[in-house]
Design a protein around this ligand. Structure first.
Ligand code: BES
Ligand code: ZN
Length: 442
């Protein structure tokens, strides 16, 4: 095994699940290890405390007149549950076939470490990098980066840069360089339905009171029409329509529905009428239930009316929707659908803005040149449906665009059991990092 792969394996073994406080020590250990690693390759790295998980910053010696590039990544991961679905241990990186299987392999440790290995290689070959570099690796991306905005605001001067680059998105296919110029935003909330003050015998009391699970199910059903169009009043008001050039670019990707059916295993695709599958995922907002519960979840039946139930929603947003505005509209929708027998409460979760940049800007073109050098062909120009909440904040606080050069494949199973990352993508990512810094230096 190469030392670069060995380093990636070391980082993967830290179960840095940011949402779970039981994993705080693992998350911190990942940050400490990364700091040491960055120091060992010749950068000046330091760990910075935040209210929760630390931020790792590393720099080379900055020289006046050179371009400053901020490389962002995240060392935290999503929970690995359900464990029983994993074919290999979730936090023990395992090579099967030509891929590495582990939580975080693709999102984002594999992509982050490809950059680190690229930096190491360039530093080894030339003793320096062609640009002024700032690495910013955080541990809260998967929980909406709550402490990173204040961190950026407090370190505006030290983090001053010309551009941000990130590998935390996807490629449309293996070997096909992909430049992502837009991301969806996100607004999360939980809705709780409370009925009687105690759980009730469903025979004794059933028929006399509203059932919080039934009432919540009705509310959930009210969010969409039969075709999947969101029914929250005003939800689509601020949606910026797709530009014609985007439609043209995306059509070049050909028919995608068969592949999506194959990867997801869904028996049929479903969604808003009048848009292609890619348009629905990349440029249309959605309302998704991520979890729902209430009442008896154990084996067999239990004749009970639960006193409460809950549902967790995330809304994916596109330019120019505003997360706060969407939460306001959702709250109004919930109040309008409040039946007399239960009380709904909306609890706000994390939010992030959508992002859109001009891929024909000089820096956008430089990044695409790096993709051409690395992959050969002209890169695909796409938006993506996932969110990296800090990207728009980089624009707002530091005033710079972000170049998204992803290395994940559609079947890498990010956030799911059996997450994986092709070794080839890790290795190409190392070359991409070198080409990117070279192109941005011009
Ligand atoms: N790497 C993803 C974002 C992503 C994935 C962008 C695929 C484009 C394509 C990132 O780690 C992520 O999962 N973000 C979360 C953010 C949320 C928790 C605030 C997301 O999109 O759900
Ligand atoms: Zn993620």
């Amino acid at each position: 095994m190469t030392t670069d792969l060995n380093d990636l394996f070391t980082l993967l073994r830290f179960a840095s699940v940011s949402t779970d406080s039981n994993h705080n020590a693992d998350t911190r250990a990942a940050a400490v290890w990364l700091t040491d690693k960055l120091n060992s390759i010749g950068l000046q790295a330091a760990l910075h405390e935040t209210a929760r998980h630390p931020v790792v910053i590393a720099k080379n010696k900055h020289i006046a007149g050179r371009r400053t590039v901020l490389l962002y990544g995240h060392y935290d991961v999503q929970p690995a549950e359900p464990f029983s679905e994993w074919r290999t241990p979730p936090f023990e990186p395992t090579i099967v076939g030509d891929r590495i299987w582990c939580r975080g392999a693709t999102d984002n440790k594999g992509q982050l470490m490809a950059h680190v290995a690229g930096l190491k290689k360039t530093l080894g070959e030339h003793g320096d990098l062609p640009v002024n570099l700032i690495c910013l690796f955080e541990g809260e991306e998967e929980i909406g980066s709550p402490n990173l905005k204040p961190f950026l605001e407090a370190h505006r001067q030290e983090l001053k840069c010309d551009v941000v680059a990130i590998s935390d998105t996807g490629m449309v296919a293996a070997g096909q360089g992909t430049f992502t110029y837009g991301l969806r935003g996100v607004a999360c909330c939980e809705i709780i339905a409370r009925g009687p003050t105690i759980d009730l015998h469903s025979g004794i009391w059933g028929g006399a009171v509203a059932n919080p699970v039934t009432m919540l199910a009705r509310l959930v059903a009210s969010f969409h029409d039969a075709d999947g169009k969101v029914q929250v009043a005003g939800f689509y008001d601020d949606v910026r329509p797709l530009a014609e050039w985007e439609r043209t670019e995306w059509r070049k990707l050909g028919e995608t529905e068969a592949e999506t059916k194959q990867i997801t295993g869904a028996p049929e695709l479903f969604g808003e009428k009048g848009f292609t599958e890619l348009e629905r995922r990349w440029a249309r907002p959605t309302a998704e239930v991520n979890g729902i519960g209430g009442g008896w979840q154990g084996e067999g039946s239990k004749t009970v009316i639960a006193k409460e139930s809950f549902v967790k929603f995330s809304f994916r947003l596109v330019p120019d929707q505003h997360p706060d505005d969407i939460i306001k509209k959702v709250t109004a929708h919930v109040q309008q659908h409040q039946p007399p027998g239960v009380r709904f409460e909306v609890k706000l979760g994390h939010t992030g803005f959508p992002y859109l940049m001009d891929p024909t800007s000089p820096l956008g073109l430089a990044a695409q040149n790096a993709l051409v050098k690395t992959f050969g062909d002209k890169p695909a120009l796409i938006r993506e449906g996932g969110s990296i909440p800090i990207v728009q904040t980089f624009k707002d606080v530091l005033g710079v665009d972000t170049l998204l050069l992803g290395l994940a494949l559609p079947d890498c199973a990010a956030h799911a059991p059996n997450e994986n990352f092709p070794i080839a993508n890790f290795e190409t990512g190392i070359i991409l990092n070198q080409n990117l810094l070279r192109e941005l230096a011009r």
